[in-house]
Design a protein around this ligand. Sequence first.
Ligand code: CA
Ligand code: CA
Ligand code: CA
Ligand code: CA
Length: 496
Amino acid sequence: MVNFLVPRCRKPWAIVVCSVGVAACNLDGFILTEASRGDNRQVPEPAAQTLTGTIAQGSGAEVKVLASDGSPVGGVQAVAAASAGFSLVFGGETAIVNAVFQARLGRKHWLALVPEMPAQPSVLAPPRTFALSDVSPGALQADDVTTAMALLVLAKLHSMGKTLAGASSSGLTDTLIDLHKKIANGEPALGQVVAMVARLRSQANGAQGSDADATYSWTTPASLLRPTLLAAQAVDIDGDGVAEATTAKFDAAVAAALDSFTLKACYFPDKIRVVLQTKFVGAGGKDGNCDATFNPYLWTDKAASKVVFVTGGIHKDTAKCQTLSEQKCLTQAQVDQAGAAMGGWVPNVVRMYDDGTHGDGQAGDGVWSVALELPYLEPADGVLPVRIAYKFTYGQPAQGWTNSEEFPGNQRLLELVDVNGDHIVTRFDLFADETTNKDKKNTSQAGCGEVKWTSVEDAKCGHDVRERPVDLDGDCVIDGWPSPGAATPLSIPCPK
Ligand SMILES: [Ca+2]
Ligand SMILES: [Ca+2]
Ligand SMILES: [Ca+2]
Ligand SMILES: [Ca+2]
């Protein structure tokens, strides 16, 4: 009976006595190779990482980190202790970018922007802990100042037609450092917003469960306050002794403070984020000529097991450097790296995604996306942009061209120029549409059968070779710029 208490491998006849916890403790086969010797071990998960901190007067507050789309990162949340301290435990693989730390107690809110909290560098790295101040500049604790800073940065982004999703995370870090300094130095317009945030927080009903959901709405609302909640509970926002039931005074104070700071962001001079997107339109869909007989499946059969890929490389019309000291051109190494990133004209290798990641705006909408890092030549006199050529395929992984390419022979052209100023080049095209940026045998009614680079003067022929607003909903009317989803610009810390 005693045998039941002995670890399974510690058999009386075994020569080697295993200690509990040694992986080789199970009985192994006779053959030992580098491939088979680890076969009874699990690949370890990276160790957890914990975010800790304190919320000023926030004991009992519900705490989480919200991603740029408003969803709680890792589904993780916690409740601040009686001391107002909190700790959020994330999986080691979790990387946080452009997020908002949020604590809420009834209608009371505390925010702090988190530009970046990196994932564990390896599965072997030990568990680690970040203080809120490590990942959110100026946030020794989450308080009215960090809340005001988060709101001011969001308002600034909104005023520029941007959201957190497309912001440069190193730029956000630099902006928060600068903003914190200005608030500490007593900049009046900024101090006004901090004081209003403090009045809102101190007067707000802090009863748990007073509202089902008081999270920020994450679109670009007219006000950063919820008008319905203010209507339900008036707060003396400006401190004149009279309670306000509308957001007007707060909105005006935020607007007045926006000129007191700038959104800092610095970008790589020699590379840029490029998001390529292609949409499948089904039966009855229309191409760029608004032609309803358009058939995207001319060269590839539809099959449930197929996915979308892209392949291509730097176009030969891009200036290549002949010597190391040359500017306005790409080195051979840059050309090779770009080719590797784009698949180098091998079909069905670099896959695209319709799951809301990799620069995909929306999961499951039939628009497939891939986010790439490609070389960039900054616009200047006498500098021609980097030019790429590419094509989409729809096939099985590693399949050849046959029964997968959108059209044979020709290729799509794109100049890497950021036309709308978001520091991302986003090009959206319909799969197999021959009316847009296809180089030869282009069937666009607006063109001349051939697409030319913008530097080629030809009044008759179109220049559809840059990012541009497109028809997003298939009604032949241009709606706007395609969304690069949560893809971020490639940014670097600004020089001090
Ligand atoms: Ca008032
Ligand atoms: Ca999509
Ligand atoms: Ca752009
Ligand atoms: Ca439309």
